[in-house]
Ligand binder design. Sequence first.
Ligand code: SF4
Ligand code: SF4
Length: 442
Amino acid sequence: MVRLEEHKTETENKAIEKIPLPSRVYIPLSQHLGKICKPQVKIGDYVFTGQRIGSAQANVYAPVHASISGKITSIQDWPHPVLGRGKSIVIENDGQDKSQIPNPKSQIEIDNLTAEQIRNIVLEAGIVGMGGASFPTHIKLNPPKAVDTLLINGAECEPYLTGDYRLMIEKTEELLRGIELVARCLGIKQVYIAIEDNKPQAIKAFMVSGLAGQRVSGLTRTPVNPQTGTPLKVIVLRSQYPQGGEKQLIKNILNKEVPQGKLPFDIGVVVHNVATVFAVYEAVYLNKPLYERVVTVAGSCISNPKSLLARIGTPIKDLIDFCGPLKEELAKIIIGGPMMGIAQFSDKVPVIKSTTGILLFNKKEAIFNEELPCIRCGACVRECPVFLMPSLISLASQKGLWPQAKIYNASDCIECGLCSYVCPANIRLVQHIKRAKIEVVK
Ligand code: SF4
Ligand code: SF4
């Protein structure tokens, strides 16, 4: 693990701002792991904000919703921030933001919800892991084995990104309510929220907050639900990269290892990201599907970096313009963090459910040095947080030796990018390993 330059000061003390609604949104039918949705609307239809417009007949999927009101003008192939291109539903804004979302539920209604009802609401709201993983949340709320520990991931260890930090400061009570719902749904006995020590205001907010206005200043423990008494422990982690991977968090906080090829629920643990839990709160309390999210816009080229609340489907160009003007010639756009994010070929790509950040870099930062032969220094092996041998997997990948890559456990790579970062030979290890990961599961 390494300490990276954080670059968070540019945005961390700025409140989340709402970006004006775009004139058009492009809602991809694939924004999750699992079956791609099919359109449930046709060209010319009028849709309301929050209306379901895409769904699938499958277990593993998440429906998609209109993020503005207006007319469907096309259903077409469009740039996609993760897939390159993908089918998207285009909605022309009527400027009304009309919705048919029912009024918020009463506390009595919320208290009487069963675990199954909470899961159904989460499914209907189209919630997925919003830290970047995009795994449908309703599946994680229904693990095949009993779990007793819930970890809330507020680490946000990638440089530049501060959206989760702002949510933890600005929406602490709502997050506690979301955590309580998830804990109730899973029958959890102990909840931990993991926050890095570079987020002092978030740590303070959780240390002094409790449900029903309960304030327990100075304590690290507060019941997430005063009725059930499920304890919430705030864990302050030393800032380092990487930290936000599920298996690493479990190791750091619980000192437990998830065996190779297994998932956290196999050892009784479930991990959810802060933004996901906030979406659960909004879906259950406010009946609001996942049609907007917080996105950090930052990087050396942008003059007014900030975290924005943006509707899903908004072209990233709108967010860049809102935070502009550009200070320098733009050479590279990355969606996500600088370590795990994906470089984009177009600013037409829309914000999707997993978009944590948009980073804008100049020529000097975007430069790719020539790959040199491996000097067998072992730096990549030393730094790999999941104890792989990146140099060997990469070599196997470059030679197309997929069975060999499988023997080296390529699929356990969490794609943190640390091996590429430390490699003195500039070998794009993570790119080669990503390729191997795809091939070994075929
Ligand atoms: S092999 Fe994967 S997990 Fe290990 S350092 Fe490289 S990118 Fe990270
Ligand atoms: S860090 Fe680069 S040069 Fe060093 S062993 Fe790994 S691949 Fe080879």
